[in-house]
Design a protein around this ligand. Structure first.
Ligand SMILES: Nc1nc2c(ncn2[C@@H]2O[C@H](COP(=O)(O)OP(=O)(O)O)[C@@H](O)[C@H]2O)c(=O)[nH]1
Ligand SMILES: [Mg+2]
Length: 680
């Protein structure tokens, strides 16, 4: 079956955990004929939650995709996890759809996840649909919930259908004006939504006011409806019970008749070139290909899969496509459509369609695939994601698994934009960062179950540095006589402090060949060993100039190794006299918090040796507090900020510079250090 772009609808089911998204996804597949029987969360038999971790926990962790093919329309549905920790893949998937269906649990009402997803969908310019689920539940106050939604998200939230027969079915109120419903009147609901829709277009509005609804053609009404969705002038509300099936078929019909096709949505924000000129992708199958990779899946059987949404042109099997900069083409060997955990091979994917290519290592999340040399630097405007702030240092529990660990973590980071890996070479430490403790816990569980790598964890170490604060000279004479040939080398050098951030300079000022030219690199090598491993507390040394100015050699016994050793020890000797210091990292911190919490936040920061740089008030009553803070003081800041602001604060940080650590910290770090045993 082949569908034109006008026949495609792409919808993401989003909202708070437990709202019933996965159950609704299942019910929609069943009603649309994509599966024979609907599975359930309780039995662990849904199409969406197929992963062993999801089955064990009874909730979604990753996103799931399925296509429902109807006679006149192809519906691409994406189920997403509700928990905030898994928001990375959810927000990434929003790039692939025209409509965000925010599912609300009628038994509970508006939740944090409802608010966040309404916000993100609006920010992305997506059409929004509110789906009130669990209308079968006893004691659900549906009129009250509808009023609360309109209060919170605006009077543009208007029902397109209403429950009837005690929630056993729903009646359309956009196309119909009469019928008996459980609450409100169908006629009033009909009038309200038609009034709202015609209001968007002056011409349509004029004719509606003059001659009434009958004067408007179906097309006119439809076009006005699409414009309303694009401009956020209408948020349709519909009612369902994913469990009983009430309203599910109606939701499918609604998708087919009223939700936007790719040509009716706001255009995706593609940018071209360094200046970021907007590019309009047109859903025309005959044009050049522009597609956006919104998900990477590392499948144990198929390998790396890049899932993309086509915005323009047609991707065909065996075609050549470029990634991002148009330099390296790859061949589309196999093209797949995704069906839950299964992949179905297809020949082509046109505008609006979601498809995947396998085993192309170079493709990354957010890559733009295209087939035109001129569109060399086309990209999607970067999407905003929450910052992963909670960190854990990890090391393999079994020796020899270092490489396996690094590879597995890299794979996992590809799949989740909010899971990051930092390699701290100098600390010989790998730090994983995620959105919460639970997020990291699940990722490490996956690491064990999927990749067979077990890890030990501990809080990440702080990347301190060392430096000197005075000029001093050092000397060492390396002499060894062991039986046959001896070792001899002698070095005099000077260390001087350099400005912060200057790094390292090595100067050869030896005159008269007291150290022959060929041994100077050996001296530098010895000095660099100390730079790497530290001289007072085991951290890398920086911002020093080392000048070698004199030495001695022996025509027979002088060897490279002798000068490496002499260089190292002369340098250690000089550093010890040059008033060494431990430096600590200072970060630029930005905290966003609602106005009433600003005092607590700044007070809390003041107790952390912070320098407050300023505060800015944003629209919407939020304040940004900018400060410079020693990183060591922020070890548990996520938890602290959460409790201080009732979960409404967030922060981001970036390394600013290094400064001397307070004397007690200097002392403690130096006394905790055990220098490595020397080899000579
Ligand atoms: N009574 C009732 N229960 C539902 C309905 N939809 C989902 N549930 C139950 O609510 C729980 C959470 O559902 P799930 O689909 O996993 O929610 P999700 O986190 O939004 O994906 C499960 O136990 C479902 O069986 C519904 O329409 N009515
Ligand atoms: Mg779910």
């Amino acid at each position: 079956m082949s569908y034109s772009p006008q026949q495609i609808r792409s919808v993401a089911l989003v909202g708070h955990a437990g709202a019933g998204k996965t159950t609704l996804f299942e019910a929609l597949l069943h009603a649309g004929g994509a599966i024979q029987t609907a599975g359930s969360i309780e039995r662990g038999s849904t199409v969406s939650d197929f992963d062993p971790q999801e089955k064990a926990r009874g909730h979604s962790i990753g996103i799931a995709l399925v296509t429902v093919d109807r006679p006149d329309c192809r519906l691409q549905l994406i189920d997403t996890p509700g928990y905030a920790e898994f928001r990375g893949p959810t927000l990434a998937a929003l790039a692939a759809v025209e409509t965000c269906a925010v599912v609300v649990n009628a038994a509970i009402g508006i939740e944090h996840g409802t608010r966040r997803m309404m916000h993100y969908a609006r920010e992305r310019g997506l059409a929004r649909l509110l789906v009130i689920n669990r209308i079968d539940a006893d004691g659900a106050d549906l009129p009250g919930l509808l009023a609360a939604l309109r209060e919170e998200f605006g009077s543009e939230c208007l029902p397109v259908n209403l429950p009837a027969d005690d929630g056993r079915r729903v009646l359309d109120c956009f196309f119909h004006a009469a019928g008996a419903t459980d609450f409100s009147s169908l006629a009033a609901a009909h009038a309200a939504i038609v009034d709202q829709v015609v209001e968007i277009n002056e011409k349509v509005m004029g004719r509606y006011l003059d001659a009434g609804e009958g004067a408007l053609s179906r097309e006119e009404l439809h076009d006005a409806f699409e414009q309303c969705l694009r401009e956020g002038h209408l948020v349709p509300v519909c009612f369902v019970s994913a469990r009983s099936g009430a309203g599910v078929r109606e939701l499918l019909e609604l998708a087919e008749r009223l939700l936007p096709n790719p040509a009716e949505a706001n255009p995706p924000p593609f940018l071209r070139g360094a200046e970021g000129q907007p590019v309009t992708a047109l859903p025309d199958p005959a044009r050049h290909v522009i597609a956006d990779v919104f998900k990477i899946i590392n499948d144990p059987f198929v390998g790396k899969l890049a899932v993309f949404r086509v915005y323009q042109g047609t991707v065909r099997r065996d075609a050549q496509l470029f990634i991002d900069d148009g330099k390296k083409p790859f061949k589309v060997g196999h093209l797949f459509r995704i069906k839950g955990k299964d992949y179905v091979e297809i020949e082509h994917a046109g505008p609006g369609e979601i498809a995947a290519v396998a085993k192309i290592e170079e493709i990354h999340f957010d890559a733009v695939l295209h087939d035109s040399h001129d569109e060399d630097t086309i990209r999607l405007k970067p999407l905003s994601f929450p910052q992963p702030m909670v960190g854990l240092a990890v090391e393999p529990a079994h020796r020899g698994q270092e490489q396996k660990l690094a590879q597995a973590l890299a794979r996992m980071a590809e799949e989740d934009p909010c899971f990051r890996i930092e390699h701290h070479k100098e600390l010989n430490e790998i730090v994983v960062r995620g959105l919460s403790d639970l997020h990291l816990k699940l990722m490490l569980e996956r690491l064990r179950e999927r990749y067979g790598v077990e890890v030990h964890t501990h809080p990440p170490r702080i990347a301190y540095r060392e430096t000197v604060s005075a000029t001093a000279e050092g000397h060492y004479r390396h002499k060894k006589q062991t039986g046959g040939a001896g070792q001899f080398g002698e070095v005099f050098l000077r260390v001087e402090p350099l400005p912060r951030g200057a790094g390292f300079e090595f100067v050869d000022a030896v005159r008269g060949g007291t150290i022959p030219h060929q041994f100077i690199p050996a001296v530098e090598k010895g000095v660099r060993q100390v730079l790497e491993h530290g001289a007072v507390a085991g951290y890398p040394l920086q911002d020093v100039r080392v000048t070698v100015f004199d030495g001695k050699y022996h025509p027979v016994d002088s060897k490279e190794i002798a000068f490496v050793s002499a260089g190292r020890k002369a340098f250690l000797d000089a550093v010890a006299k040059a008033r060494p210091l431990v430096l600590e990292p200072i970060v630029d911190l930005e905290v966003n918090a609602p106005e009433p919490h600003v005092g607590d936040v700044t007070g809390g920061l003041a107790a952390k040796r912070a320098r407050i740089l300023g505060t800015d008030t944003l629209r919407g009553g939020e304040t940004v507090i900018r400060a410079q803070v020693p990183l060591a003081e922020l070890a548990d800041y996520a938890t602290e900020l959460k409790s201080m602001t009732g979960g409404q604060g967030r922060y981001a940080m970036d390394l600013s510079h290094y400064e001397p650590a307070p004397p007690p910290v200097q002392k403690q770090l130096a006394s905790a250090w055990k220098p490595r045993a020397e080899d000579d």
